[in-house]
Design a protein around this ligand. Structure first.
Ligand code: IPE
Ligand code: IPE
Ligand code: MG
Ligand code: MG
Ligand code: MG
Length: 303
């Protein structure tokens, strides 16, 4: 009989294999979608950003939640590609000197370092516009009302009531005289990271015209856990594993749960959030096992 440790190891191997499959499928789909003006600087930089690695974790969430509703693969790949484009744009801008000022991303120089700031701003703008354009294509869903709902919900998740609002709160908190409290940090992280996680699964519910409550509860919990883990990796991780500079956000005085509660308490929080996320999926039975494994990966990952 297998021990608990062996079970956990084999669950994690199955998850990592599936994550890598989702990543390959998403990259292949993105390659098909991209126009081929490869001699232009802008397109060279866009290709650099899109195909320079990244876990494709949000694409994984989209593709796995789509499986719960038997959504045709091509439709799910459209939404998985859109969320990865928005995520990639958010990272290019997040790394700019006027934001987190990072020189390394996914193990490579950031766009403003390899090219210049103007290119990084425009690459981000372009990736964002492209995400919405691909969602509007007929292959995403034949019903225009469903395509509009996908676009509308993504604008809310990415915009001034979502990721961008979270990002500005994050930057303001760095300079604030009064440190943020627990509720304020939770709100900030729910916006800057959780909002895109939520759309990653909500998009499948929109495509399936299904109720999204359980999946959104799951995504909000792992979104938060994912950011706490990211902040822990900034302290405990390595540049080789994460592909980005470590220790920087902590030094900059970012408002994080780790800085407020300390490493041990933050880790306890991630455990609770993982349990909350898994419980939310119980009504799907065994079909949601990979999403549950994704929740455990979120809090244990080293990259
Ligand atoms: C980094 O996200 C930004 C956060 C929200 C913490 P990921 O850790 O998913 O980055 P990639 O896509 O794998 O590079
Ligand atoms: C970024 O959070 C969240 C985004 C919306 C891009 P971080 O600033 O902590 O992400 P990393 O550590 O640079 O990937
Ligand atoms: Mg940031
Ligand atoms: Mg950053
Ligand atoms: Mg970080």
């Amino acid at each position: 009989m297998k021990t608990l440790k062996q079970n956990k190891k084999s669950e994690s191997n199955v998850f990592l294999k599936e994550l890598s499959t989702c990543s390959l499928e998403t990259n292949t789909h993105l390659l098909k979608l991209l126009p081929s003006h490869d001699r232009e600087k802008l397109f060279e930089a866009i290709n650099y950003v899109i195909f320079s690695g990244g876990k494709r974790f949000r694409a994984f969430l989209t593709l796995q939640s789509a499986k719960l509703f038997d959504i045709p693969k091509e439709r799910a790949l459209q939404t998985a590609s859109a969320i990865e484009l928005i995520h990639a744009y958010s990272l290019v801008h997040d790394d700019l000197p006027s934001m987190d000022d990072d020189n390394m991303r996914r193990g490579k120089p950031t766009v403003h370092v390899k090219w210049d700031e103007a290119t990084a701003i425009l690459v981000g703008d372009c990736l964002q516009a492209f995400a919405y354009e691909i969602l509007c294509r007929d292959i995403t869903h034949p019903d225009t009302a469903i395509r509009i709902k996908l676009v509308k919900n993504l604008t809310v998740a990415a915009g001034f009531n979502g990721m961008v609002l979270g990002q500005i709160k994050d930057l303001e908190a760095e300079k604030a005289l009064n440190k943020l409290g627990l509720e304020e940090i939770l709100e900030l992280q729910k916006l800057k990271t959780g909002a895109l996680f939520k759309w990653s699964v909500e998009s499948s519910c929109i495509l399936a015209e299904a109720n999204s409550t359980a999946l959104c509860t799951y995504a909000e919990a792992i979104g938060l856990a994912f950011q706490i883990r990211d902040d822990l990796l900034d302290l405990e991780g390595s540049i080789n594993d994460t592909g980005k500079r470590v220790g920087k956000d902590h030094k900059a005085g970012k408002a994080t749960l780790v800085s407020l509660l300390g490493i041990d308490e933050a880790k306890k929080r991630t455990q609770q959030l993982c349990e909350e996320a898994c419980d939310a999926l119980n009504s799907f039975g065994g079909k949601a096992n990979l999403l549950k494994a994704a929740a455990r990966f979120t809090i244990e990952r080293g990259f």
